[in-house]
Every structure is written in structure tokens, then in C-alpha cells.
Design a protein. Sequence first.
Length: 237
Amino acid sequence: MNRNEPEFLVSAQAEQEWIARCLEAGLERPRLALVHYEGPAVIYGRSTMPAAPALERAREAGCSVLQRHSGGGAVLAGPWMLGAALLLPAASPLAAAGIVAAFRQFGAAWAQALESLGFASREAGPAEAALQNRLAAELGVNWVCFSGLSHGELVDDAGRKVLGLAQWRGKWGVLLSAGLLLRPVPWDLLGWVHLGSRPWSPGYPTSGGIDVDPPALGPELVRALQATSAAAPRTKV
């Protein structure tokens, strides 16, 4: 990262268009965009294609539906979430670090940036992640991103997930995506769009929220990413 200010976007569609423009222009340096979603959007992973009834319910609810390049569960974006897209050239240290290492270093940069603003968070431990993932599978909600935990993802001091991560790799480099929950999520909207049922919730408190100011977080995240990238090993994982 060689700039202290990320670009700011306001919708899931703008985020996907920004990624496409950056890749079309050629990725010569790291690029970072933060997304403070003005309206609701269900963002599916690349392996999930929403059915026609879900698209119709989303339209009726005034909710956008998109499919991202990376994998993972469905994300309900909106004003309750701050998104981030970090594009890295293939030669950058963080991209060369490998999949798991990149996730963990990206999550560590978020934790460092949040800590600098007075917000506590931590990476979930293996046993903690295994327990939550097993519970999500038992309840049939493991299609929801924030119902599970993976490498580098952060929880608050109550053990509730606050940061979800995703990754997409190509010959050009790597895209690291993140979603930070700022406040409680209207799970009913996701349940209605995807399942056609309301009221609905994942069945247990899967997520918390960190009420951080996005413009204040941006420069801190850039500084943390610069430090993380400088220290990143180049061993493939």
C-alpha cells in the first residue's frame, strides 16, 4: 500500500464495477476500496446461484442481488456493514504469502487498525471455529457467511463474529474481501430473500458489531496493511 487514503464506494454494484475496472486497467500496485453500503444487497459466493423466486423476493424488498468471484457463504450487506476490497498484484508480499497466510495477515491488519481506534477484536481460535461451524451445519445455516468462522476472521470480546473474509486469486494477483459488521444485522431480510420465510434468524447470535467511523478506519487500515505487507513471508501455504 502506498497511499494513506482508500477509495470510498457506496454500493455492492459499485464495488464489483470498481474491481472490474482495476483489473481491466492492469494491476500495477495495491488498490483498496472501502464500501459503506447505502442500501441492502445479498451477495452470494461464486458457487451459489440464487433461484428465480429469490430474485423476485429481493426485487419486491428493494434488495440488490449479486454474485462475487470469491467463494464462501451469502452476505447480507447494507448500512450495518463496512465492506473492503483489497487488490494485490501477484508479486506483492501478501499475495505471495499463500491463501491461509494471506487470510490471517489480512485479518491481523484489521485487528490492528481497530485496536488503534480503541476497539478490541481477535482472530477466532481453531476449537472456537470448529464449534461454531459444527453448530451452523447442524442448524442448516452454514450457507450464511456470518454463521461460521475461518482463517483470519475476527470476533469481539463476547466471541461473536464481526469480520468475515473472502479471497479470489488469478494470474494477475489476489483480491482480499472483508465485511465488518458495524451494528446488528436484519437477518429477517436475508431469510425472506433466500428462503421465503419471515421471521427468520440463523438460530443463535452469530455476529456482533463494532461501531467504528469508516473515514477514521480507512487510514488506520492502510497503515496496518503497509506494516503487514512489509513483514509478510513469501512462503506458499
